[in-house]
Every structure is written in C-alpha cells, then in structure tokens.
Design a protein around this ligand. Structure first.
Ligand SMILES: [Zn+2]
Length: 417
C-alpha cells in the first residue's frame, strides 16, 4: 500500500550537491520511494499522509566500520595508541564474548543504539566466537538492518583466549556462511581482523571460502604505521598490505571494505580501485587511537569509493552523522599540515559518503530519489528562536551538534519504527 509523507526533504544529488525539496510530499510504496512532489498529485489525493511539519527528511546513515563487541568500551582508554589499546583494552573485552549471555546483553544495546542514532546499514565486526556472532546477525536481521557481520578470524599474535587454529577458524566461518546464506537483511562477511593476526594459510583458506560462497571481506587496511610495518614484516613477499588480501583470493568474491586506509602506497590504491572496493574513513578513531588522517579529498578525486565508520570503540560516538562533521574538520587539518596533494572536503561530500556513496553495498539505500529503499529519518529541533534554518542548514547542524533526540521519526523498509 502506498503512503505519502510530508516534510522538507534533503538527500545527496551527487558527490558535491544536496538535493533539497522544501515543503514536499514523498510517496513510498512497497518499501521504496516512488516520487517527490511540491503538491500532492491528483491521482494520489486519497492516499494517507503522515505530516512531519517542518521536520527534515533525510536518508538513514551507513556505518561501514564498527565493532559491536567493543560497544562497552566507547569513550574509555582514549589516551592509548593502537597497539597498547588493542592489548590492554580491546582484546580483554573481546575474550568475554565466549559467554553468549554476555554477548546478548551487549549486542541488544548496540543494535538499539545504532537504530536510535539513525544507522540502518552497517558493516560490523563480531569476535572470534560463533555463537555470539550468530546472535548479532539474527538480532540485526530481525531489526531490518541491512548489513554485513563477520566472525573475526585470528590465528596469531593475539592473547591465548582469542586465538584459533587456522582449520578451526575456517570451519566455524564456513558454518556461519552456510547457516546465513540466502536473501536476508543482514549477511555474513569474511573478517580476517588484519594481516598481523592472520597467517598466510588462514588467509588463503578464507579466500577459498569467499570464492565458494561468493562472499566478500572486511578488514583493517594500512591502518597505522605500526600495522603496515607488521604486515610487511610478516608477509615480506608482498609489496603492500592490500596485496596480501588480493593474492589470498579475498578480493574478487564480493564487496571488499577496508577500514581506515590512512597510509596507502600507490599499490594499495591501485588494487583497491581494481576491485571497486570501499575504503572507510573513521575520523574519531583515527584521531584517538591511530593518530593519522586519511587523504580523503585526494582519494575522492581519484575516484576511490569512501564511506564513513564510527569504529566503536576506537571511535567513541555511534552516530555516523557526527563522523560526517569530523571528516570535514580532519580534511582541513590534512590540507593545513600537508598541503601538497590534499584538499579539504565540503559538507555535502561528507554527507554523501555517509549516505549515498555507501548505498550500493546495501541494495540501493542512502538516497531518497525514486527507486531508493526507503530507510529514512526525520530530524528537527535544531533552529534558533531568532533564526529559522534552511533544510540544508538543519542537516549540517545536526551532524555537528545534533543528538539522537533530534531524530523525531525513523523509517526502515518503508515502515515507521
Ligand atoms: Zn576497527
């Protein structure tokens, strides 16, 4: 059944421009956008209207890099750098997900908070534990969240209680791929944590699984100088971090999502573009535990696909909208400190990365143009008494100072939740 929604409507026209339809009506049928009009078309005069007044309707956000098990650590130990942060803070928490009851408690809160903050599409890391990861897939799937969830694979350089042997890791991963194959909102994805914690055998065997099941991969790519150096030491036969995954057969089976991509070589960039892969900027995370800034503007200009990630809990805020603002800020620092080849990005570019650019990964989300999946938010309450904001200004201010309280309505697959 069709429905009409009245609001100010804003989405990304393209990378550089927002499409703005003030005081308009959007028609939604079978979970998809049918059209947008300034007045109700004659043939839809009897269709029920939901009126959001001066609220601004925008597409829901996509989080391309987030660790559900680290949800409990958000905003803690933010004065550590990556290697210490992993060993002192992150791995000890991840070991606790051997207990499915603990996992359920955290994953319920994680999924609820993602939705509350307007994220309806996500690439999520679990832990090495199959039962906990199964619960996360089912919980996200039943909430209607379109996404990918990975059981993490690690068979070296991690604490004993997080280490698997390669065969066991592959066997458990394959069981999840079989269990959750088919047409679902939330699907499994291969998730070797990163090169420093995976042997060549494990990566090769995961590559074979990827091919057999037609499944892509998410991992951390040239995340920090420490990580890139570890990868080079452990895999001296390859020229760069990304080549390790390419030669393991992990890049041509489905979408590839590489978190961070802060220090890529020309080879890293070439290989990622060859497979049309996504790099993910996680602004808060890279400020807090990585201490590096992505060359966002330069990579966008080279046609690289870039999305945004909250990277809980290296990042501290689960709302991807905050990361859109932070991406603009960091691009200015990048241009200021390393002017050669770098440029600042605009707010429309950041919003596009957080919505439309990532939409292909999730089956046509991230926009409100006709044909898009209607996963959307209504934001409001951001104007001042002395000055009314335009719809585009409302979206920008929301990303800088908004909270989940400013999200007045949420639609997923066309239904209000
Ligand atoms: Zn991460």
């Amino acid at each position: 059944m069709m429905k009409l929604i009245h609001a100010d409507i804003v989405y990304s026209e393209d990378r550089e421009q927002l499409a703005v339809h003030p005081d308009s009506y959007i028609a939604v049928e079978k979970g998809k956008v049918k059209g947008i009009w300034p007045v109700i078309p004659e043939e839809y005069r009897n269709v029920p209207v939901t009126d959001h007044g001066n609220g601004v309707l925008i597409p829901a956000f996509s989080d391309l890099h987030v660790h559900a098990p680290q949800y409990l650590n958000r905003g803690l130990e933010m004065d550590l750098l990556l290697e210490d942060w992993l060993n002192k803070c992150t791995f000890p928490l991840e070991a606790k997900y051997a207990d499915p009851g603990f996992a359920k408690l955290v994953y319920d809160a994680f999924v609820d908070d993602m939705l509350a903050n307007g994220t309806m599409h996500a690439c999520v890391y679990g832990t090495i534990h199959s039962e906990a990861t199964s619960y996360l897939i089912e919980r996200m799937d039943s909430a209607g969240i379109k996404g990918f969830v990975g059981k993490v694979n690690m068979d070296r350089s991690a604490p004993a209680d997080l280490l698997e042997d390669a065969e066991e890791s592959v066997r458990e991963t394959e069981a999840l791929l079989e269990k959750y194959s088919g047409n679902r909102n939330t699907k499994p994805i291969l998730t070797p944590r990163f090169a420093p914690t995976c042997t060549g055998k494990l990566l090769n065997d995961l590559g074979k699984l990827g091919k057999k099941y037609g499944v892509g991969m998410q991992t951390h790519l040239v995340e920090s100088l420490w990580e890139a150096e570890q990868a080079r030491l452990l895999f001296p036969e390859y020229s760069c971090d990304t080549e390790i995954y390419e030669k393991s057969g992990l890049m041509d089976n489905g979408p590839v999502i590489g978190g961070h991509f802060i220090f890529p070589s020309e080879d890293d960039i070439r290989i990622m573009q060859k497979y049309d892969s996504y790099a993910v900027q996680c602004p808060d995370a890279t400020v807090s535990v990585i201490a590096g800034i992505m060359q966002t503007g330069a990579l966008l200009d080279r046609g690289m696909k870039i999305g945004l990630g909250s990277d809980i809990s290296a990042g501290h805020h689960i709302g991807v909208y905050t990361q859109a603002a932070r991406a603009v800020q960091l691009s200015k620092l990048k241009e200021f400190y390393e002017p050669e080849g770098n440029r600042k990005i605009s707010f429309p570019e950041a919003f596009w990365m957080a919505t439309k650019q990532s939409g292909d990964l999730f089956g046509g989300t991230g926009s409100l143009e006709p044909g898009s999946v209607f996963d959307a938010l209504v934001i409001d309450g951001l104007s001042d008494a002395a000055r009314e904001l335009s719809p585009a200004q409302t979206v920008e201010r929301f990303c800088y100072i908004g909270t989940k309280e400013n999200i007045k309505a949420r639609y997923i697959n066309g239904k209000q939740i």
